[in-house]
Design a protein around this ligand. Structure first.
Ligand SMILES: [Zn+2]
Length: 272
């Protein structure tokens, strides 16, 4: 082998090594950044509870005082712990919560929880949210999804605005509430909503008005999740109730009595 060829081999080898190191750094950096959005606080559950507290969405410092102390939870809450998984959506499918609307007026709605169903499988919904969607009309997400086995999938960080409802208004104790954040679309509840979706049973994949309903584990997990928030009962609603497009019926066959019975076992819900 000539000296010249040896040189080229060394240069090619070093270049290859550099490429491998660069790919590793870029890939790992991306992963860390994504997860950090959720786990800035000690763990995902605490961060969910903190950001779920119904205070002004634009005043994150105000939430701390209202959170139920973790020690009280441990002593008194029902003994239920769902499996939890972080499956973050592609950032194209969610945005920031705004402190002013599209007309520059300050908005300070308290949080609502909006219940949905996936219609398809949990896995197909998760795949959809993880897909990059450059066009506004395709962008969609929930904050959490509850699988048939009760697994809670965290998809969008609670402090972010998930795109769970289009044209929508919450008719609550304070009158009609919705926020215009994009002039190209009707106002919606997304700016102050925490979206939770149930995986639909296999007999509900079509568009019939009812199906066989949700599992006990799904009701338990939904109650567990909302027990960690201070969203009052009268601000827990459904996509069907807030929808103004006339096309949404979800979550079909949801039993509110069954859900509230489970939720009210949590001492943290007293007075809510
Ligand atoms: Zn929905």
């Amino acid at each position: 082998m000539t000296r010249r060829r040896q040189h080229w081999r060394i240069i090619a080898g070093l270049t290859g090594l550099l490429v491998v190191v660069m790919i590793w750094v870029v890939a790992d950096g991306g992963r860390l950044r994504a997860i950090k959005q959720v786990t800035g606080l000690p763990d995902i559950v605490e961060s969910t509870a903190l950001a779920l507290v119904p205070t002004a969405a634009n005043d994150p410092t105000a939430t701390q005082d209202l959170v139920v102390p973790e020690t009280l939870y441990a002593q008194t809450a029902p003994n239920y712990q769902p499996r939890q998984e972080i499956v973050l959506a592609d950032p194209s499918n969610y945005g920031d919560r705004y402190s002013t609307d599209a007309n520059g007026r300050p908005v300070n709605n308290e949080f609502i929880a909006v219940l949905h169903e996936t219609v398809g499988s949990a896995q197909s919904a998760l795949n959809l949210f993880r897909t990059y969607h450059p066009n506004d009309a395709d962008q969609v997400s929930y904050h959490t999804l509850i699988g048939r086995d009760g697994t809670v999938y965290y998809i969008v960080p609670p402090e972010k605005r998930a795109y769970g409802a289009g044209n929508s208004v919450f008719d609550g104790p304070n009158g009609p509430e919705s926020v215009l954040t994009n002039r190209a679309f009707p106002p919606s509840v997304n700016n102050f909503a925490y979206h939770i979706s149930f995986e639909t049973p296999s007999d509900g994949r079509g568009n019939s008005r009812t199906h066989s309903g949700y599992t006990q584990a799904q009701y338990e997990s939904a109650a567990w999740l909302l027990s960690r928030s201070s969203i009052p009962d009268n601000r827990i609603t459904t996509h069907q109730r807030v929808d103004r497009s006339g096309s949404r019926l979800d979550p079909r066959s949801f039993d509110f009595n069954r859900f509230f019975t489970l939720l009210h076992r949590y001492p943290s819900r007293a007075g809510l």
